[in-house]
Design a protein around this ligand. Structure first.
Ligand code: GLN
Length: 550
């Protein structure tokens, strides 16, 4: 690190969860970046899981994966989409990961027989994790504390960030508190009491917020801002409205119009230029002129919690922006699909997408959706498990491998077209990975970015226009190359392979407007200003079908 002091912005949340703290943090990051500052961002999650990798998407939403193969909280997806910088393992810590490190040190004897306590051992470990995110001489680090002030698990994080102002100096640390200012219809008023209470809670542990961001249905007028300022002990011009917007990509401009980034720059004495927000203005303009009508059916298992498909949802929106359409996303529970109702459920779809997933529940419905898309020539996009389902369907119904299955769903299948490789060379980790198919969990997952070379004259190549791509993975099972010839003879094209040609990364079929399955998760790399090529081409094909009428 040079002599320059990195400044830290800590963002806490009050009153209740789901206020969009992640989006607020990402938007502030985007604005500071647009001011020419070198910014990075980190999420600290209070739960005890060591990482979210083992958490059920039904409960916790999507598990986001970074290039370096870290399974992270979905807020990292927002951060990457808004800031356009690749993040990794240093950008997300959980209470569990912090405690795990401390316990490992204790077992090693690093504490020399001392009593290991929350303060100072856990808090020191948290502070180390925060300082550790500074890797490229950043001007600003934004740290979002998950959960809500008052949560029991979050207390060590709050204590650690309280100490950091002493450690680093007042001028280098800023606290932003995001709260809710509800509008009570019967009173016809915006209410400040919940904000007062949550700031009181924060102050009782020694943190005085510098800026208060108030989520509300409507703009806060000056009298409300003055009231909050008075009761919460902040400058009246440090109380901002964060009004609900139509589209999440409007948040950075809304914050800019409020003057939030300017206030931050002044308070932290940042060497900030006037921001260049033209890409955001252009994006928001485009969002307003998108054409409706294109319907995309997402046939998956976690359809009741939209957060489970967060990045996927966004990537489809991005693909829409590139094609000037606003796709209508219809989530269909694959467990409910059967040969009797499939026509009725999918008859309006201009594109069908089968996303990733784990376990056999709902798989036959997904396979049915693949068959429907293939036969009816509806643009189809299969992602990870979705690609595996498309391969199984093709095997059973086209290549005449009647009992084809994935060994994940039927360990005794005579034709495991999708299987657990017992040995493969892991280019990223530079080692041979060995897996025991008999073990309960089936060994390690392939996680993070891996190279894939593309065959010319394929849908994949037409989309990427590159010979070599890197995409992020999160799966255990692979296409079984033993069947490659049989597949190819029947018209399945293996259009993307690992450089050593051992792993099949992309498949597509001939004589179809657009039918692509990929073993990786392209949705993790799509950005509003840089939409992912496969999503762009999938939506383009769906738009074409819409144009022709279906
Ligand atoms: N369950 C499949 C596997 O482990 C697919 C995983 C996924 O879709 N992310 O290979």
């Amino acid at each position: 690190m040079s002599g320059k002091k990195t400044k830290f912005i800590f963002i806490t949340g009050g009153v209740l969860s789901s206020l969009g703290k992640g989006l607020a943090a990402a938007s502030i990051g985007a604005l500071l970046k647009a001011r020419g500052l070198n910014v990075t961002i980190q999420k600290l999650d209070p739960y005890i899981n060591v990482d979210p990798g083992t958490m059920n998407p039904f409960q916790h939403g999507e598990v986001y994966v970074t290039d370096d193969g870290t399974e992270t909280d979905l807020d990292l997806g927002h951060y990457e989409r808004y800031l356009g910088i690749p993040l990794g393992k240093h950008n997300n810590y959980t209470s569990g990961s912090i405690y795990y490190e401390v316990i490992k040190k204790e077992r090693r004897g690093d504490y020399l027989g001392g009593t290991v306590q929350v303060i100072p051992h856990i808090t020191d470990q948290i502070k180390e994790a925060i300082l550790n995110v500074v890797r490229n001489d950043e001007d600003v680090v934004i740290v979002e504390i998950g959960g809500t002030v008052g949560d029991i698990e979050g207390q060590p994080f709050l204590e650690a960030i309280r100490q950091m102002r002493f450690d680093l100096g007042k001028e280098n640390v800023l606290y932003i508190h995001l709260t809710l200012v509800p509008y009570i219809k019967t009173a016809g008023e915006l209410k400040t009491k919940p904000t007062q209470h949550s700031v009181k809670e924060l102050r009782s542990i020694g943190i005085q917020p510098d800026i208060i961001l108030c989520r509300s249905e409507m703009e806060l007028d000056d009298s409300i801002k003055r009231k909050i300022a008075l009761f919460c002990n902040v400058d009246p011009d440090a109380v901002f409205s964060a009004v609900d917007v139509k589209n999440i990509y409007e948040v950075p401009l809304a914050f800019y119009n409020e003057g939030i980034d300017q206030k931050i720059a002044i308070m932290l004495k940042l060497p900030a230029k006037n921001p260049d927000l033209s890409p955001w203005v252009e994006l928001v303009d485009k969002l307003k002129s998108l054409q409706p009508g294109v319907k995309i059916a997402i046939v998956g298992k976690y359809v009741d919690l939209k957060e489970s498909y967060k990045s996927l949802h966004e990537a489809l929106v991005h693909g829409g922006i590139a094609n000037n359409v606003s796709p209508e996303l219809i989530y269909i529970n694959s467990e409910e699909l059967n040969p009797e109702n499939i026509e009725e459920r999918l008859k309006d779809a201009h594109g069908i997408l089968v996303p990733g997933g784990f376990g056999h529940r709902g798989v036959e419905g997904k396979i049915l959706a693949c068959e429907y898309a293939r036969e009816k020539k509806i643009p189809f996009f299969g992602i990870c498990l979705g690609m595996q389902c498309a391969v199984i369907e093709f095997a059973r119904n086209v290549a005449d491998i009647k009992q084809a299955n994935s060994s994940e769903f039927d360990p005794r299948t005579p034709d495991p077209v999708i299987y657990l490789m017992t040995e493969w060379y892991d280019v990223r980790n530079k080692c041979v990975q060995r897996r025991d198919p008999k073990s309960e969990k089936g060994g390690t997952m392939r996680l993070g970015a891996y190279p894939c070379k593309l065959k010319k004259d394929t849908l994949a190549y037409t989309a990427y226009k590159q010979d070599l791509i890197y995409e992020r993975h999160r799966h255990r099972y692979e296409f079984n190359k033993k069947y490659a010839k049989q597949f190819e003879e029947n018209g399945l094209i293996l259009s993307g392979l690992s450089p050593d040609e051992d792993l099949v990364e992309i498949v597509e079929i001939k004589d179809h407007p657009w039918f692509v399955g990929c073993q990786f998760h392209p949705e993790f790399k799509s950005k509003p200003m840089d939409p992912h090529p496969l999503f762009v081409h999938f939506i383009r094909a769906a738009k074409e079908l819409f144009g022709k009428g279906r």
